[in-house]
Ligand binder design. Structure first.
Ligand code: GDP
Ligand code: MN
Length: 396
């Protein structure tokens, strides 16, 4: 689950991570109030107005603007709230901005120069451990740094048994060129960041930039925080932060029905039980020349209600030219699934695309019988290759 920048920063701050402070606002009036309040709290004279959407690159798209007076705060907030923000990370049509974060200006001049740093915490799948990936080249596209200056990217792999060790935090601060007070601040920042990451069951932190301020504090200016959905039940207070306006409506509907659904851009809808079989089904669709329109795992209980819901969700996608149902009847019997498919089909009404059903496992023959005598436009097959050939024949 993705969070907004302001939510991510709130959580980081609660673990003692230094942040650029801010107040969220949904109207220009609120933005001005927020700016006044922020100045009382922090003494800031300037503010940044930051669009809150689930995508990065907002600065490039005009979604992050400096304001040097309350009138400018109002003006910038009016421009940004309601705008359709297009960034390299949004869909082509952009994302509508519903709220802005009014943040303190942290790039003020001081005794020392400011420095922008890149830092993320993520899973290193090769070694099966979390790592901190960081670079002194912050504020810009990290992919670009990786491409042109790979020597400017550092990693620190963390042993889950010990957690982040102090020498590792110090090595990070050293590699980032921190000195004096800033060095100590960076060590503290990294420890707090890792503690937050583990405590909240996050799957990704990306802080770009982390800023060393001109008075040698270290703070998160941006925060991309992704929570692991499988750990959300342990954190109801974070689960409540979900903003479904930012999510694909079909995926929201599927999640509410407890279906594991990911929308893709092909033309063959898939309905499968089990994630592994779903992946294999997508592979065979590809091999037969088609393209999967979605990943959909209906889970262990492929009863009529779930199959019906899955049909309805798949059929929302106008690109779907055929639906391949691939169910392995291990615990659930194939004949029950077949009856479920027939019932669901009748409830949904006319299904405008051909359906290929492949049922394998317990009572597969009986299941085929049920489908073949149902009078519905369903092609039932038992072998996976047959299913693939049928998809090829029907989709072309
Ligand atoms: P992103 O573009 O979506 O990654 O949003 P960021 O939160 O990273 O902000 C984009 C850029 O805005 C940063 O890289 C900074 O250069 C700039 N910025 C953010 N906060 C401030 C601030 O307090 N003062 C000034 N002058 N610039 C800021
Ligand atoms: Mn950023």
């Amino acid at each position: 689950m993705n969070l907004h920048e302001y939510q991510g920063k709130e959580i980081l701050s609660s673990f003692g991570v230094g942040i650029q402070r801010g107040i969220v606002a949904t109207t220009p009036d609120e933005a001005v109030e927020a700016a006044k309040k922020l100045s009382e709290q922090t003494g800031t004279k300037w503010w940044v107005v930051k669009a809150q959407i689930h995508a990065g690159g907002r600065g490039k798209g005009g979604g992050v603007k400096l304001a040097k007076s309350l009138d400018e705060v109002r003006e910038r907030a009016s421009q940004i709230i309601g705008m359709n923000l297009v960034t390299p990370q949004t869909p082509k049509e952009g994302k509508k901005v519903h709220q802005v974060l009014i943040a303190e200006d942290v790039y003020y001049p001081g005794p020392n120069p400011t420095k922008e740093i890149y830092m993320s915490v993520l899973l290193n799948r090769q070694v099966g451990r979390y790592m901190i990936l960081y670079s002194p080249q912050g504020g810009m596209d990290i992919e670009e740094v990786a491409e042109n200056h790979p020597d400017q990217i550092f990693t620190e792999i963390i042993d889950p048994a010990t957690g982040l060790l102090d020498f590792q935090a110090r090595r990070i601060a050293f590699n980032l060129g921190m000195e004096g007070q800033a060095y100590k601040e960076m060590v503290k920042f990294v420890h707090a960041l890792y503690k937050a990451f583990i405590s909240i069951d996050a799957s990704l932190f990306e802080i770009n930039p982390v800023l060393k301020t001109s008075d040698d504090r270290v703070i998160a200016v941006d925060a991309k925080v992704v929570l692991d959905d499988n750990g959300l039940f342990r954190h109801p207070e974070y689960a409540a932060m979900r903003d479904i306006r930012e999510e694909d409506p079909t995926e929201v509907e599927a999640r509410e029905a407890n279906l594991n659904f990911v929308k893709l851009d092909g033309n063959v809808g898939c309905m499968v039980n089990g994630a592994g079989l779903a992946m294999a089904t997508m592979d065979i669709i590809k091999l037969s020349g088609g393209n999967p329109a979605n990943f959909l795992d209906v889970g262990g209980t492929a009863d009529a209600a779930r199959v019906e819901k899955a049909f309805r969700i798949i059929l929302k996608d106008p690109n779907v030219k055929a639906i391949l149902i691939n169910i392995f009847g291990g615990i659930v019997r194939c004949d029950r699934v077949a009856q479920g498919i027939v019932d669901a089909y009748r409830n949904v009404g006319e299904i405008p695309v051909p359906i290929i059903v492949r049922l394998q496992g317990t009572n597969a023959e009986e299941a085929k019988q049920i489908l073949d005598t149902s009078g519905l436009k369903v092609h039932s097959v038992i072998a996976l290759q047959e299913a693939a050939d049928k998809v090829k024949e029907l989709v072309g």
